[in-house]
Design a protein around this ligand. Structure first.
Ligand code: ASP
Ligand code: MG
Length: 436
């Protein structure tokens, strides 16, 4: 069976939802669970509502809540037939009422607590997934909508909850397995989970990728297809490096490092989940589904630089101790990733290159961490140094890892350094981007 995940831009409006229906329907005979994000920008708008209520602006928050629901009802009216649309009236009204009460509570508390924030943000996925299920049913597709809180069990770290895999697996058996066996499409929302006590949690920004990998693992899916608005994983972020190329294959390890070190194509926790379960991952474009995208699986190719990742802004901090040491703060909107980056880049002055990052700049300086992923630091250090020779930008080099090389550069110089490194490693024949 397959798990498909569609991001927010893939369900941005009625035309997009129709496209997703076609892609999902084509996969139904194999057994397919569909995980969907909130419609584009909805999560941010929900957060803004919470902030308004927190600031005491309850009427404005309520008005914007009404607009948000009106927009969802309009999309539902376009993609679903009259009966299916009418069937959404009660659940939408109940959700709108619950959020209204929640906003009033936030206003009274004068604070947007993580537990309230998670309940608020979950609405985006609850609504988008119900709309998608109604649209599929209107096309005579056998479909079961399942509330993500019936499937994804987590701990109580509101805002960035950690999934509980055994409980999630048991819930999938209980609620989803029979539908899949009967070849019904199962539709659920990403990003959202539930604690043992029944409180709604979220998995952190872009957490729908993680939901999808988790559900794929729980159900033993062979393939996780992550549909985005780009063709796949690129050698660098195409928004900042115009010459970036599509990478056709990556090993789990390469993909995990690229995303941990800042490539934004997938949530960084996604690949480790897929790797442990042996789920192949294909990243592809909703708007060009015929393009092959990027296949990520356990097979490793010849070691070579596969791509560049950038994380930041971070700031260098001086650590107390006997020797001059530097650490890093920040680098990610996910606290857990920031902590991993921090420990990965914890520095020790005088450590040999290839073992630790050494930072010679000023404490407090804003920096970016740029990483060449896929080959050992030792193998690429010379070429990287040559590419950067003319720049005073390079304050630090080295890595403790034999599968990437990272450099710390002042934030302002990061785009130019990224372009130089990309030119040095990817201007040759396309084969340098090839994998297994
Ligand atoms: N809707 C959430 C977000 O915008 C989760 C996701 O899209 O993956 O981050
Ligand atoms: Mg998103």
């Amino acid at each position: 069976m397959i798990v498909c995940k569609f991001g927010g831009t893939s369900v941005a409006d009625a035309a997009c939802v129709a496209r997703v229906c076609d892609l999902a329907a084509a996969r139904r005979p194999e057994g397919c669970l569909v995980v969907v994000s909130a419609m584009a920008r909805v999560t941010r708008r929900l957060l803004a509502l919470g902030r308004l209520a927190e600031a005491g602006e309850l009427p404005a928050a309520r008005r914007q809540l009404g607009e948000l629901f009106a927009q969802h009802r309009e999309v539902a009216a376009e993609v679903a037939d009259a009966a299916r649309r009418a069937a959404l009236d009660d659940p939408f009204a109940a959700e709108e009422k619950e959020l209204g009460v929640l906003l009033a509570g936030i206003r009274r508390a004068g604070r947007l607590r993580p537990v309230a924030s998670d309940r608020l943000l979950a609405a985006g996925e609850l609504l988008s997934s119900r709309i998608l299920a109604a649209a599929l049913a209107s096309r005579e597709q056998p479909v079961a909508w399942i509330d993500p809180r019936e499937l994804v069990a987590t701990d109580e770290r509101f805002g960035e909850a950690r999934p509980d895999q055994p409980r999630t697996a048991a819930a999938c058996e209980r609620h989803a397995r029979a539908h899949l066996a009967a070849r019904r499409l199962v539709v659920t929302g990403g990003f959202v989970g539930v604690t043992r006590r029944g409180d709604t949690t979220t998995l952190g920004w872009d957490g729908s990728d993680t939901s999808a990998a988790l559900l794929a693992a729980a159900l033993g899916a062979e393939l996780l297809e992550v549909f985005k608005d780009v063709d796949g994983v690129y050698t660098a972020d195409p928004r900042s490096v115009p010459g970036a190329r599509l990478v056709p294959h990556l090993s789990y390890r390469e993909a995990a490092e690229l995303t941990l070190l800042g490539a934004q194509v997938l949530h960084y926790a996604t690949i480790p989940l897929a790797a442990r379960a042996g789920t192949a991952v294909r990243v592809r474009n909703t708007f060009r589904p015929e393009a092959p995208g990027t296949l990520i699986r356990g097979v490793a190719g010849v070691p070579a630089v596969r791509g560049l990742a950038a994380a930041g802004p971070m700031s260098a901090t001086r650590l107390p101790g006997r020797y001059p040491c530097h650490g890093l703060n920040g680098g990610s909107s996910w606290p857990s990733q920031a902590r991993r980056l921090q420990s990965l880049t914890a520095t020790k002055a005088g450590a040999p290159a290839g073992e630790a990052l050494t930072w010679n700049g000023d404490a407090g300086e804003r920096v970016a961490l740029l990483s060449l992923v896929g080959a050992s630091a030792a193998d690429v250090a010379e070429r990287a140094a040559a590419a950067l020779a003319g720049r005073g930008a390079l304050h630090a080099a080295g890595s403790r890892c034999d599968t990437h090389l990272s450099v710390l550069v002042p934030l302002a110089e990061a785009p130019a350094v990224l372009a130089d490194l990309h030119q040095a490693f990817f201007s040759g024949p396309e084969s340098s981007a090839e994998g297994c």
